[in-house]
Design a protein around this ligand. Structure first.
Ligand code: IVH
Length: 672
């Protein structure tokens, strides 16, 4: 064929490909099937290979679909992506419902609720932003607050409608659901991934959308995040709308009334579990009525109105080769059984936790024992029972160590409330003086919810530690990257990347910094509370000398345990030195939370019983509107809300201090 003709033929094919891409990616209505599409691509590549003068910017050798992005941009979710609390049995469900009844102050303890029940798909959640009916942005869950921009990868999923034309579809809405792989499709990916969930996550969060496109990912929608003008009144109604908008929903979704019926449905699905095309690990129950959902709101990072009723775990039999002791960040000694690797529900397991000394004694677990190991969802595999008939005559009882590898005698905490010693043995919290703990503390310091240093995973920390490069958190900011570049497994680029992420991590919110210090009993929620109340790092440091602990006592949610732990932390000289050093590198980000609620800067106390809502609901209402609850009547108080049978002392004190004393109705008026 003459060059001219060849060129024409080539350009025609390119034109076709561009058109198919447009229909596939933008209109979500592919004109041809995947095989045809692939052969067209191959033809084009073939022509190019044989005739080097054939070139086009739209060639599949250059860019088909999307240009692979180097890194995913991080984007804040307009409404956080939450997780769910778990229930394992009837008792858990009853407690869940009781809490709802109490929170809503319903008089009837046996109130029946309608639930939307939805099989819990074991995949990866994603949030899809639609503007004016067009899919414009797709995010992974990330840390719940900030997700990764994986729009291009999500675009390749056929189940995701790209354009929605329906007058009822909100002008702006985040549709949320699960990305997953069907069990059948997973068979081809077995060599690369341990289970369908990993395969879904791996394919969705890699950088080249062309690669994602090759994986048959699916999407099932089940909720929404931000939405403009939501007129729909119930979850079950919402699920129906999702269908009319072109989303797939789970065919086993069902509206169910009452706990007894929830359990029947759970049993039915658990039996059917293996016949379903994709992995499910439980059933999600959601209070159906959106109004009630709104009243109920959230605790920490899970809604009060929903729960995941998990299926019982998968288990396998194996043999304990050895029992090792791991030292955690807070000094807890955790015994771990090293077992002969077994496949449990698609995952190879070679470690199983034995929890603590009491657990080992109770079950009389020994090295050499044949055991049943269970793995449920995200829970760490654990030993559930020992087959004593298989035990050899010379087997010996396991003796729990009395010392931490750092040489210190281990201790057990005394619990004042239960008047018992804890089951967990720990290295007395000597902070960074215990080598094992120090390493774990550094791992925590750099972890995702703390400084979030990309490329500094657990293995790298171990490696840097063994090379004597790090001993304390501040050492991370003094690393010599010329040295790192020459380490085995490193190079110029990876050293540069690490340098970049370490530099990036220096700017951090106070809340995250407090959390990253790994103070015992100070998790993310408490760190947030503390940062909101003390506001500056200097104040935090002052705790060491004369900082008034009453400030802390007044923080709702911070109790004696937390305060004692803070005191201990800040009386340790190494910890103080760490903070002093960190201050040289760290820049505290100003909180970007604008306080805007109707009760901004207003403080409240209740006395007496409220009649139309529970204390908890009233408290959450105040907090939702940026108000604060105080614990005792003092000059800082703005309102004392009185219900039935108030405490006279409080009322008198409030009057004496000229504080407004209001009824429940007046309180509601403040919120109109
Ligand atoms: S609702 C606030 N519905 O479970 C509501 N989640 O542990 C939170 N999941 O991250 C999500 N099926 O990945 C919801 N029908 C369903 C679900 C579901 C699976 C996953 C989701 C979420 C996790 C929560």
């Amino acid at each position: 064929m003459k060059n001219e003709n060849l060129k024409k033929k080539y350009q025609e094919k390119i034109k076709l490909l561009v058109k198919y891409n447009k229909y596939y990616y933008e209109n979500n209505s592919p004109l041809i099937d995947d095989n045809e599409y692939d052969s067209l691509k191959i033809e084009i590549l073939d022509l190019e290979k044989k005739n080097s003068f054939l070139k086009s910017k739209d060639s599949p050798s250059k860019t088909v679909g999307f240009k692979p992005s180097k890194n995913f941009a991080k984007i804040n979710h307009k409404v956080p992506m939450l997780s769910l609390s778990n229930a394992f049995d009837k008792n858990d469900l009853e407690n869940f419902q009781k809490k709802i009844i109490n929170f809503l102050n319903f008089k009837n303890e046996n109130q029946l609720f309608e639930y939307s029940t939805e099989p819990k798909i074991d995949g990866i959640s994603a949030s899809l932003l639609y503007k004016n009916g067009k899919f414009v942005k797709g995010l992974s869950r990330g840390d719940g607050k900030t997700g990764e921009d994986i729009t291009k990868n999500l675009f390749t999923i056929k189940d995701i409608p790209k354009v929605i034309e329906d007058n009822n579809f909100p002008k702006e809405i985040d549709i949320r659901g699960e990305v997953f792989i069907e069990k059948n499709d997973f068979k081809l990916l077995r060599e690369k991934f341990a289970n369908p969930r990993n395969a879904a996550s791996g394919s969705l969060r890699q950088k080249n959308p062309e690669e994602t496109k090759k994986i048959p990912l699916r999407f099932i929608a089940y909720t929404y995040g931000y939405s403009e003008k939501m007129r729909i009144k119930t979850q079950t109604e919402f699920l129906k709308y999702l269908n009319t908008w072109g989303f797939k929903t789970n065919k086993f979704n069902k509206k169910i009334t009452g706990i007894e019926n929830l359990i029947k449905n759970h049993q039915y699905l658990e039996q059917k579990r293996n016949e379903i095309d994709f992995d499910i690990d439980g059933v999600v129950y959601k209070i159906d009525d959106f109004k009630l959902q709104e009243r109920l709101g959230f605790v920490a990072n899970a809604p009060r109105w929903a729960i995941a009723h998990k299926f019982s775990a998968n288990s396998s039999i194996s043999i304990i080769k050895n029992i090792e002791i791991q030292i955690g960040r807070t000094g807890a000694l955790t015994p771990v059984a090293k077992i002969n690797p077994v496949n449990i529900g698609g995952v190879m397991v070679s470690n199983a936790t034995l929890h603590n000394e009491d657990e080992i004694n109770r079950k009389d677990i020994r090295v050499g024992d044949t055991v049943v190991v269970e793995r449920a969802g995200d829970v760490i595999p654990h030993v559930i029972s020992v087959d004593k008939k298989k035990r050899k005559a010379d087997s010996k009882k396991y003796i729990f160590p009395e010392k931490c590898p750092c040489g210190f005698k281990v201790i057990k905490d005394y619990n004042k409330i239960t008047k018992k010693f804890d089951a967990v043995k720990r290295c007395p919290d000597r902070g960074f003086e215990c080598e094992k703990m120090a390493k774990e503390k550094i791992k925590h310091f750099v972890s995702k919810d703390a400084l979030n240093i990309d490329g500094l995973g657990k293995k790298v920390v171990e490696n840097f530690w063994s090379l004597n490069l790090i001993r304390l958190p501040q050492d991370l900011f003094k690393l010599d990257f010329n040295k790192i570049e020459n380490l085995e497994g490193w190079g110029k680029q990876s050293a540069l990347n690490l340098k970049y992420s370490i530099n990036k991590s220096k700017e951090i919110s106070l809340e995250k910094l407090i959390y990253s210090l790994g103070i015992r009993h100070i998790g993310q929620e408490n760190a947030k509370l503390i940062s909101q109340n003390i506001q500056t790092l200097d104040n935090l440091c002052k705790i060491s000398d004369k900082y008034n602990f009453n400030t802390f006592l007044n923080i709702d949610g911070i109790g004696e345990t937390q305060i004692n732990s803070l005191k201990k932390f800040f009386s340790n000289n190494i910890n103080l030195e760490i903070i002093k050093e960190l201050k040289k590198f760290i820049i505290i980000k100003k909180s970007n939370l604008k306080i805007t609620g109707k009760l901004k800067n207003k403080t409240f106390i209740f006395t007496g019983k409220l009649d139309t809502m529970s204390r908890a609901e009233a408290k959450s209402l105040i907090e939702k509107n940026s108000g604060k609850i105080l614990s005792n009547v003092n000059k800082k108080l703005d309102y004392l809300i009185i219900g039935e049978k108030p405490t006279t002392k409080k009322v008198l004190k409030a009057k004496e201090l000229n504080i407004k004393v209001i009824s429940q109705a007046e309180f509601l008026k403040l919120l109109n």
